[in-house]
Ligand binder design. Structure first.
Ligand code: DGJ
Length: 693
């Protein structure tokens, strides 16, 4: 039983962690503890009670309140801010009761005067040492209430520590840079205001005391399951308290909660480990594979995507030729990207008209799909449902369907506008149009793209507050995608937003994998993939071998990089020599052998490409019997001796063989002494690891 309820206090335990909250003597729901699981309930510290400090700081300012609302003498960053119908903007939350249901605890609070209930939900994910938190707000009165900020959780770090924040930053073509910085008094804000998750930051954090590394040290980490505007604030207060708020972004946000209505926040997940950043990632990987992904822990087929080969010049002939070459190499899934639909000859036109372009596919997609299936491959297709080109049948029929302010010009990006998926009629159009496409064609895989961010965020006919757009848009995306999934449960879906612009735990309830970046240059990709792996398992990380920088980076290297995720090929096979295609077939065959280890095993980041041009990553099967080691060298000035690569995750006492090494050795020996690797510039290797006794 992971939830322990006592009068006025609660403890949530997972396999290795404990989390405690309770009412303090001042009547405030106060955070008590988050860290390693303690042997007895009485081991957890009591809630701090302080009456406040001088006339300038009330009790809510000096104690770590579990879910502080904006009000009273509190100047800390609150979780909840709202306006009652009489204009009162001060919320006083009092504890009402607690209820438990299996692994879920709900703490019910209500306002001291107004008929408003705030429920804090907790769920223990015992095996993965994660706690899930979300909040529901019920309007029990007869007047509307305007929500202006409603975070999913505030996570408190132990008091009196100095903490370091790790997060990801980036931009299009350059996602997932690891950033590490010490937190100082004040607020550090990470966020997206782009209506989607964004390439620029990720709704994920990891906090340590400045001493953790990949293998050891206390790390508190968390992520938000939301694919729209999000916000993380890390605050160090003047009273030595460090806390992390995480949830919907309150920037330009409002939600008019009508009488009788309930608002539910997205879920925030957080965990604690003593095993460093590597263990934190592996806990998230397991959780995502087992509890988030719609198909659970499955492996993905090796795909070919024709985008970089043919761009918009897609037709039966060009795709058939590529499909034949792909099938010969051992590809299992052939994906036609952008350019197949009505009027799509460039990025100027066509988005919105989701039927095959008759000039390119006179008999529809079926002849090509049959050919692909006859070659032994599944067929996949690209769509970008949320978008419309002004030059399209859809826009001409429904110019009012896009996000816009009537008085402003509609800013185009990549010649396209965003359909307002907050509108039920837009949702219905997309569900019916895409459902027909999936019903009429044998499509096994869909790549769902989104190639711009929002501008002029207006919703002229909004039934409520137009600022609800930020949330209702994402709910609309989830509804359309969820309904299509329900109608076509066997389809595999990929989330793409110009690469990694929409990678988060929310979209992974719908998408089986993510296209990580439009940057397919293999050395850049090493960095991007490492950052991505902080949160997501390799099975989610679609990675292609392309022709980018092929004059400098050998094909083997490019394959090895892509083999660290869900392998795909995206180069122009028409330009590949016979020898290159044989090389490709060799790596694809090897990948199929190691695929379960890479996609479903434990990942260890051994040497970071963000820190040195010599990098390594290892994957081990869950039973530690088999593994695979990838080592890369980009450029190191000669002469340089490369250090042996110290392995991880082996049974210390078992004997392991490493490919290329003459003698088996104990797991401990490989982990302590490492595997010697000789590499020249822009070279790489992949080595199998096998337990022999
Ligand atoms: C952006 C994607 O990331 C690319 O892979 C490709 O699908 C293009 N869009 C097509 O327009």
């Amino acid at each position: 039983m992971p939830i322990f309820s006592f009068p006025n206090s609660w403890i949530i335990e997972t396999r290795n962690t404990g989390y405690a909250t309770g009412m303090n003597a001042m009547g405030l729901l106060t955070h008590r503890y988050w860290g390693v699981r303690l042997p007895r309930p009485t081991d957890y510290p009591p809630p701090i009670a302080m009456p406040g400090w001088a006339s300038f700081n009330g009790p809510g300012q000096v104690v770590p309140e579990e879910y502080p609302a904006c009000g009273g003498l509190k100047y800390i960053d609150p979780c909840l801010k709202l306006t009652f119908s009489d204009g009162t903007r001060d919320t006083v939350l009092l504890f009402e009761e607690a209820s438990t249901q299996g692994e879920e605890l709900i703490l019910h609070l209500h306002d001291a005067l107004y008929p408003l209930r705030v429920n804090l939900h907790y769920r223990a994910h015992v095996a993965e040492d994660l706690i899930e938190r979300w909040v529901t707000v019920e309007n029990l009165g007869s007047q509307p209430v305007t929500l202006e900020r409603i975070f999913s959780a505030q996570w408190h770090l132990p008091r009196f520590g100095q903490y370091r924040l790790t997060h990801l930053s980036g931009k299009w073509l350059d996602e997932n840079h690891l950033q590490r910085e010490f937190l100082k008094p004040g607020l550090k804000v990470l966020e997206s205001r782009r209506i989607t998750t964004s390439h620029h930051a990720s709704p994920w954090f990891a906090i340590d005391r400045g001493t953790a590394d990949e293998d050891q040290g206390e790390v508190w980490f968390g992520a938000l399951a939301w694919s729209g505007n999000w916000k993380i604030t890390a605050e160090v207060t003047d009273f030595d308290s460090t806390r992390i708020n995480i949830g919907l972004n309150d920037w330009d946000f409002a939600w008019c909660l009508q009488p009788g209505e309930v608002f539910t926040t997205p879920s925030a997940f957080a965990g604690y480990t003593k095993g460093g950043f590597g263990a934190a990632s592996r806990l998230l990987h397991d959780f995502i594979r087992h509890s988030i992904l719609p198909h659970g822990p499955i492996t993905h087929k090796v795909l070919y995507n024709s985008w970089e080969a043919t761009t918009f010049d897609v037709d039966v002939q060009s795709q058939t030729r590529l499909a034949e070459l792909a099938a010969d190499m051992g590809i299992e899934l052939f994906v036609v990207d952008d350019g197949w639909f009505q009027g799509r000859h460039s990025d100027n036109a066509g988005l919105g008209d989701w039927w095959p372009d008759p000039a390119k596919f006179p008999d529809g997609l079926q002849p090509l799909i049959r050919k692909v299936n006859d070659l032994g491959m599944d067929f996949g297709l690209w769509i970008e449902p949320e978008m419309v080109n002004p030059d399209s049948h859809l826009y001409r029929a429904h110019p009012d369907w896009v996000i816009h302010f009537p008085s402003r010009p509609r800013t185009e990006a990549r010649n396209q506008l965003i359909l307002n998926l907050a509108r039920p009629d837009v949702q219905e159009y997309l569900i019916e149009t895409l459902d027909r496409l999936l019903r009429e064609n044998n499509i096994a895989f869909i790549k769902w793209d989104m190639n711009r961010n929002v501008s002029e965020p207006g919703w002229p006919d909004a039934p409520g507050d137009p600022r609800e757009l930020w949330v209702r848009y994402v709910q609309g995306v989830y509804r359309v995608w969820g309904e299509l999934r329900r109608r076509h449960p066997n389809v595999i879906w990929q989330s793409c937003s110009g690469g990694g612009g929409r990678a988060d735990l929310g979209i992974l309830h719908l998408a089986d994998q993510v296209w990580v970046s439009d940057n397919t240059e293999a050395t850049a990709r090493l960095n991007i993939q490492e950052g991505f792996s902080c949160i997501f398992p390799a099975s989610v990380m679609e990675a292609w071998v392309t022709d980018a920088a092929s004059e400098r980076i050998p094909l083997d290297f490019r394959f090895h990089v892509a083999m660290c995720g869900a392998l795909g090929v995206g180069g122009n096979l028409l330009h590949w020599s016979e020898e290159e295609r044989q090389q490709a077939a060799h790596w694809i065959a090897l990948y199929k052998e190691i695929r379960p280890i890479v996609q479903l095993g434990d990942q260890f980041r051994l040497l970071s490409p963000q820190q040195s041009p010599f990098s390594a990553v290892q994957y081990m099967s869950k039973d530690r019997s088999e593994g695979v080691l990838f080592v890369f060298r980009t450029h190191i000035p000669e002469p340089v001796m490369l250090p042996p690569v110290r392995l991880r995750g082996l049974d210390e006492n078992a004997l392991y063989e490493i490919e290329g090494e003459s003698e088996p050795r104990s797991g401990l020996a490989w982990m302590e002494q490492g595997v010697p690797v000789m590499l020249s510039d822009f070279s790489s290797t992949v080595l199998r690891i096998r337990r022999v006794s």
